[in-house]
Ligand binder design. Structure first.
Ligand SMILES: *Cc1c(COP(=O)(O)O)cnc(C)c1O
Length: 453
């Protein structure tokens, strides 16, 4: 399989290169050249374990870059550190509602599904090229810790994650800083998340430094992340009975549009999904897009569901490519206009299975309470956003993107219950290991130069 840029001004490349590169040189995002049709395989896939399903699914996408056995080994290792035997348990809440729990990985949020696999892919890359890599990123929460846990202790890698000192949750900070791993370098920056991100951008734009430090990015637009996330849509569907399968809807707490895009791609690959609901918090650019056709950047309003606090949805361009009939010239035009003016108005955007809802901060604790009363189930503040509006007729699968135990204050305030998780409790007695640096790219560059592999 080859991968094409949504803006088609870069050469098509293979899977391994696409994983290594992340963003295409022309600024576009990579997509597989053709979309396989798995509809005839579904029956055969019913009895597979999660890693087996993942392997079957990924085979056509990796092409010649990995052998059958290599892929098998990577996938098996990637899903060994999940604390539920099913990896992604599907819980029946009754009344046609099911919850797909995607929070049983090492950092208790769905990003582990992609980043545990990406860690394996990086490792394979290092073995193949015999060149170590230093991963650099900035985080306001979940992505940083999931990336750290994907690369934890991997030979030939060091990972540097910048975060704003005192502005991420104490539990998130502990997940990054209490790993005891010699290749992990969390850096608390004396500044905001934007400062941290600016420093990362500056260092990546410094070609000499980038190459001498062999820097690689942890970015949210890597195609391997989307593909890894497609798998659990198939997995969830295959857990349903015949009757339920006739009318399936997914509801997905959404920020950067990566998770739900994976579901939409799964639908393109023959998974019979009726609708996919984009469930946003008060940062609702995608809700506004799908309800009015206007894609317009707003100001980020920090919320109780912080991992969905985004300005622009970085994966949106992949949907756009298909919505504009795979015409890269039109994609470039829309993205250019959007970049210049912060806005694009679509005349008649095909929703193609998407619906949308939004939930502001005042509603989130109320939703946690309602779900608890109605179904006897505790949702985290991100998952709570899925319950903004009544569900469609049929079977609804809500993607639970994080464990409630990561947000004890919000849960306790909403329902008076303290959600606990043994892995988080264990963190509380561990030593915090981190650097504290001023918010300058020079300070960070010097630090990386001293600690890189
Ligand atoms: C990242 C994240 C989201 C948003 O997912 P996207 O792929 O960016 O849409 C939702 N919930 C949690 C807990 C997350 O960590």
């Amino acid at each position: 399989m080859r991968y094409l840029s949504t803006r088609s001004r870069s050469q098509p490349i293979g899977f391994a290169q696409c994983v290594a590169q992340g963003l295409a040189p022309d600024g576009g995002l990579y997509l597989p050249e053709s979309i396989p049709d798995f509809s005839q395989k579904l029956e055969k896939w019913e009895t597979l374990s999660y890693p087996e399903l993942c392997h079957e699914f990924l085979l056509p996408f990796v092409g010649e870059d990995y052998s059958f056995e290599q892929l098998d080994a990577m996938v098996k290792r990637a899903y060994t550190r999940f604390n539920a035997p099913e990896i992604a348990p599907l819980k029946d809440l009754g009344q046609g509602v099911k919850v797909l729990e995607l929070f049983h990985g090492p950092t208790l949020a769905f990003k582990d599904f992609a980043l545990q696999l990406l860690g394996e892919l990086y490792e394979a890359q290092i073995t193949r090229t015999k060149t170590p890599i230093n991963v650099l990123g900035a985080t306001s929460g979940d992505t940083g810790s999931a990336a750290i846990h994907g690369l934890l202790g991997k030979p030939g890698t060091a990972i540097f994650i910048l975060y704003p000192d005192g502005r991420i949750s104490p539990l998130q900070e502990r997940q990054m800083t209490c790993t005891d791993a010699a290749n992990v370098f969390p850096i608390a920056i004396d500044g905001s998340f934007d400062d941290a991100q600016d420093i990362v951008k500056t260092l990546f734009n410094d070609a000499a430094f980038k190459s001498s430090a062999r820097l690689s990015a942890v970015n949210s637009i890597n195609i391997s992340r989307i593909l890894a996330q497609c798998v659990y849509y198939f997995w969830a569907y295959l857990r349903l009975n015949k009757e339920e399968r006739a009318n399936v809807h997914f509801v997905v707490p959404t920020g950067n549009f990566g998770n739900i895009l994976a579901g939409w791609m799964a639908r393109k690959m023959g998974l019979p999904i009726k609708t996919l609901r984009v469930a946003t918090n008060q940062n609702d650019i995608l809700y506004r897009l799908f309800t009015t056709g206007v894609y317009e950047v707003g100001k980020v309003q920090p919320s109780l569901a912080p991992s969905m606090d985004i300005q622009v949805a970085s994966n949106f361009e992949r949907f756009l490519y298909f919505a504009l009939d795979c015409d890269p010239a039109r994609v470039r035009e829309v993205m250019d206009t959007f970049k210049r003016t912060g806005k694009f108005v679509f005349e008649n955007l095909k929703s193609d299975g998407f619906t949308a809802s939004r939930m502001d901060d005042a509603q989130i604790p109320q939703a946690i309470k309602t779900v608890h009363e109605k179904y006897g189930y505790v949702v985290d503040p991100h998952t709570a956003c899925a319950f903004a509006e009544p569900f469609e007729q049929g079977t609804t699968i809500v993607l639970a993107t994080a464990s409630p135990a990561k947000f004890p204050e919000t849960i306790e305030a909403a329902i008076g219950v303290h959600p606990a998780d043994p892995s988080l409790d264990a963190l509380k007695t561990k030593q915090i290991q981190r650097a504290r640096l001023p918010a300058t790219s020079q300070a960070v560059a010097d630090y990386i130069a001293r600690h890189k592999v």
